[in-house]
Design a protein around this ligand. Structure first.
Ligand code: ZN
Length: 275
């Protein structure tokens, strides 16, 4: 993905790697051809890139999600394959010092979005030492009541060190950059809305995993915590991006990562940016 510009705000993709998941488990009964049209289908598998986003505005450096971390963890034990752990090197290659990131936003607290919140090793420390780590209060209410091992490793240390900041689901992160509630994949899942100078985009998190879901928003993966609610969130998201002409930026979308929903007759169709 090339740098996206919305008024005075820029969005850059930074990759932590790429997961491969069995398509039939991710979207049981769905038409693989409707997905393959937009890329990301390899044999029986669907690609799920682990893309994080650096959002920069006047004086602000915000990272949306932190990838899966140094290993695949529980997803590896579920039989998913892929490469991961690339984020620190990718930030170095992009000349981004982690100490300059002032805010880390978690769209939700699944392991493939919070892996590099902290350093590896026995005593994890915040990888972004000067950042506040923004998490939806609804999301934390759910996960803090569990014994999830990834949350224990990647979020509890932030709570202890005072880096964790719980916020409303529509929190304004910075002027023009705000959370957009899209619950259903997890109870407090949020997307990130960027609006400036009459231009805008949405970083979807896992409100959508592939552009085919923007054409058919009822396609909810069975591992969404509430597939009916996630479909309702996705429908509302699709209606909004279509009505306002917003760019859709998907953390698991195949390259080139960002596109638009365009209506052709009665059909919503996906168009990659630059295509
Ligand atoms: Zn994910």
């Amino acid at each position: 993905m090339q740098t996206l510009t919305f008024g005075s705000i820029t969005v850059d993709a930074v990759s932590d790697g790429e997961l491969f998941l069995p398509f039939a488990r991710m979207f049981p009964g769905a038409d693989a051809a409707a997905f393959a049209r937009h890329g990301g289908i390899k044999g029986e598998a669907i690609s799920a890139p682990l893309t994080t986003f650096l959002v920069r505005a006047a004086g602000r450096t915000i990272l949306v999600d932190t990838g899966i971390g140094a290993d695949l963890g529980s997803l590896g034990r579920f039989g998913f394959g892929g490469t991961c752990g690339l984020l620190p090197a990718a930030l170095t290659a992009a000349a981004i010092d982690p100490a300059t990131v002032d805010t880390v936003v978690s769209t939700h607290l699944h392991s493939d979005h919070i892996g590099w919140n902290v350093t590896v090793g026995d005593e994890p420390r915040p990888l972004f030492p000067n950042a506040r780590y923004v998490v939806s209060r609804t999301e934390w209410a759910f996960w803090s009541a569990t014994s999830d091992s990834t949350v224990a490793r990647c979020v509890r240390p932030l709570e202890r060190s005072g880096h964790l900041e719980l916020v409303p689901d529509d929190h304004v992160v910075a002027p023009g950059i705000s959370l957009l509630p899209t619950p259903g994949h997890t109870p407090g899942h949020v997307s990130v809305l960027v609006l400036d100078g009459g231009e805008g985009g949405v970083i979807t998190g896992d409100a959508a995993h592939h552009p085919a879901e923007m054409e058919n928003p009822d396609l909810s993966p069975p591992f969404d915590s509430d597939p009916v609610l996630s479909a309702a969130s996705r429908r509302a998201l699709v209606e909004r991006v279509e009505a306002e002409g917003l760019v859709v930026i998907g953390g698991h979308f195949p390259e080139p990562t960002a596109g638009r929903v365009v209506r052709v007759g009665k059909q919503r169709t996906w168009h990659w940016l630059g295509a």
